[in-house]
Ligand binder design. Structure first.
Ligand code: ADP
Ligand code: NI
Length: 218
């Protein structure tokens, strides 16, 4: 099967699968990650654009937050790629990406061992920053029926993926502290770092304004 054909089939498959999804992982999130990943990959020497595109398109298919599974599971991705006619090496490289990109807690180091995974992780995280990041965070909080802010809640530090999964902050503003504001310093690529700097600055500006209004000073 040609690379173009595998990509076209995968785009259709992911669009269909995310049709009813609206908690931050809709098709348009995938679309932005795909485009941003391509932009970053073109600046990174040695990133395979076919693997980058497949990884970006499939990165959220097996997300733990939206399945009953307690761990990341790349099986649906393996099955899909085999069905679409991808070779063994491609399947393994994309499955690796899907297993490794997620944020697993402030105290858990990212351990990304392929250039393509670094590109996709950066692209995915950029979509959690900036104006879109703010919108997605509050959208997700609403989906979970969580308060936007609770001044009495302490910021949580997670030492393990299990603790991050089971003991997240209740308030969306605290999610900025347990994850979003930490992303800038974890970027892996040059272009990712540059873009993250601007989007992180926007988050900080947003929070300053949020707290001013909360206190009634604006
Ligand atoms: P990633 O793909 O980087 O691992 P996630 O899948 O964890 O990101 O998150 C998807 C989106 O949902 C992000 O924009 C993230 O900020 C948001 N999100 C995840 N957990 C929370 C939360 N507890 N409160 C608010 N937003 C959240
Ligand atoms: Ni994502």
């Amino acid at each position: 099967m040609s690379k173009e054909r595998i990509l076209a089939l995968t785009i259709k498959r992911v669009r269909d699968a995310s049709k009813d999804e609206n908690a931050g992982h809709d098709w348009w999130h995938t679309y932005r990650v795909w485009k941003t990943a391509l932009r970053i990959a073109k600046q990174e020497k040695g990133a395979d654009l076919f693997i980058v595109q497949l990884g970006a398109l499939l990165h959220d298919i097996a997300d733990w937050k939206f399945t009953d599974k307690k761990t990341l599971d790349s099986k649906p991705v393996n099955k899909w790629l085999e069905k679409a006619g991808a070779d063994k090496d491609t399947v393994a490289r994309v499955a690796y990406i899907v297993n490794v990109v997620a944020f697993k807690g402030s105290g858990v180091k990212d351990n990304v061992r392929s250039k393509e995974a670094a590109v996709i992780q950066d692209a995915d995280r950029l979509d959690a920053l900036g104006a879109i990041g703010v919108a997605r965070a509050f959208g997700y909080g609403g989906y979970r029926k969580r308060p936007m802010y609770d001044p009495n809640e302490k910021i949580k530090y997670h030492r393990s993926f299990t603790s991050y999964k089971t003991n997240q902050s209740r308030s969306t503003v605290n999610h900025f502290y347990e994850k979003l504001l930490l992303l800038k310093s974890r970027m892996k690529t040059k272009e990712g770092k540059k873009l993250a700097k601007e989007r992180d600055a926007f988050l900080r500006q947003y929070l300053r304004r949020f707290f001013e209004e909360w206190k009634g000073k604006e």
